[in-house]
Design a protein. Sequence first.
Length: 690
Amino acid sequence: RYRYEVTVYTPQHRRVVVNQVTDPYSTALTVNSTHSVLADLADPALVPGEWRDAVAPRLADPVDQVIYELHLRDFSISDATVPENLRGSFLAPTVDSAGMAHLRRLAGAGLNTVQLLPLFDNATVEEHPELQVRPPWEHLKQLPPDSPEQQRQVNSTGGRSGFNWGYDPWHYFAPEGSFSSTLASAEGSGRVVEFRQMVGAFHAAGMRVVLDQVFNHTASSGQDSKSVLDRTVPGYYHRLDAIGVVETSTCCPNVATEHLMAQKLMVDACVHWVRHYHVDGFRFDLMGHHSRDNMLAVRAALDALTPELDGVDGRAVTLYGEGWNFGEVADNARFVQAAQGQLGGTGIATFSDRLRDAVRGGSVWDGDPRGQGFGTGLFTADNGTGRNGDEAGQGERLAWCTDLVQLGLAGTLRSFRFGSNSRHTELSGAELDFGGRPAGYADAPGDVISYVDAHDNETLFDALTLKLHPATPMAARVRMNTVCLALATLGQSPVMWHAGTDILRSKSLDRNSYNSGDWFNYLDFTMTDNGFAAGLPPERDNASTWHVLAPLLADPRLKPGPMDIRRAHEAALDLLRLRASTRLFRLGTAERVDAMLTFPVANSWHQLPGVIVMAVDDPDGVVDERWSGLLTVFNTTPWLVRQGLPRDLEGYELHPVQASGSDDLVRSCEVGVDWLVVPERTAAVFVRPR
């Protein structure tokens, strides 16, 4: 174990100080990161066979990626089928459990990637297991569903609960010790071995491993005891404003990765995790706070890794992130950002807020979360709150949301042309407006990751709880959950699901559960309880809407039972099977999407509110040898629709996956000469065999 002693001038205190600091490049640490530890990562004792021998699935095309975003502690901390000493640890995926059985089912249907929330060493979580405090679960279970007491007791644990999302970087090269299975393995190189065992277990189960990386900020700066970069080289690694104050637009001290050595740290860390842990990709938090050059440097360094010299093929590593445009770097103020629309041709993707907001409704910044969207009943099933305006206004907004969803299904391409329901003309993705910016910004369908929920903001189930009318039956809510997932899953871009979205996961309406403990982040792979009605969510981020949340949490109609949860899961599996078995959902290039995909009823008298019809035609077998045509109808309305189409439907039939799938209602679909009958709240796929 070791630390460095450095003599430096600190602008914060305007004097020379002597600091004892850990190594910013530490690959192993003591418990709670008090000291760095020397570790030979090539030592055979640190190379478990199951990690060395397991092979990750290979993607034929970027659009083949189907991602499950998972917090490692959530995965097993409440799973009684995992040995108690392994729950919440790196080793939980190495045992047969309800969670691993669940992931294997998803992988068997088409899931191929698990994206793990930050696993590098963070500055927040107590790593000593005997010092962690968990509130009394049995007592919490007895409290009313709308009580504020649960969140009070969760908050009373302070920073000792053992839970945090981990977006508080301390040491970028070392695994986080709180995920170690024992105190001994948290010390030194033990966590290295266990991390590798975890990666090997996911690979063996048929899943690639993507790590969430947070190079845009650190947990602290200045002379704080957990400020390793600034205490080593004061004033260099953090981005400063005009008077020398550290910028904090990301939430915390921003890292200036435009500086040469800060970029080097970022690049070296990515290479380290690929070479020494065999991870398969990275998700970059707030990637728009990095430069395009930063990301190209990461890409180039990874591409240089070869199986012969490094044991890995770096060209197969996936890169994507949050390309949001805000803060002191917004609009390329300091450099050309790695933001939406500025990464064309790099193979680096960004998450799309276009499809997300259009499906869910409203915005993540809304004070009132009851704004409806295409997938949550806007215009077709008003929730009665008055939040969505009058009927005329809802109709206009639905037309715009329909346009955004159509564009999202087509890969959010700037070049894609379609009939606009809101503008009543044909336009391109680049010509459709989204908050003053082009809605279409991608040059290829793989440039975008589609999703409708993630670890931050409300889960999909919770969003539906807030946005649907309270009297909406649970069976209808389950169907809407499936339709919303279908709008992301059956499009042309890679897709990400938040862990548990397929089993109606709830966080008791918590919009920001980063420090809400195991109680509000509950995840039950036995499909017995979805986590809803666990008390009012923490006051910290939810107090302003408690008056809205409390009546919903107290309403027993809104709590799904095990059969509802299982029905949602089976329907989600069918969506994965549809995508995996049908190449026409994954055309792969902008040229193919532009030429082969259409929305035949858009901006025509055939268009029905709350309904989208997507067609993909491949008469010459360029992409799919089984099907010459594909028609997908997304009916988000509460009624059966008879959808006319301006085309001959001879030879079309319900997709075999749905014809033999879990949903009885979808089998009632009918195909006519130039019309389709699709039941309420249903995504139906029709194919024409060759």
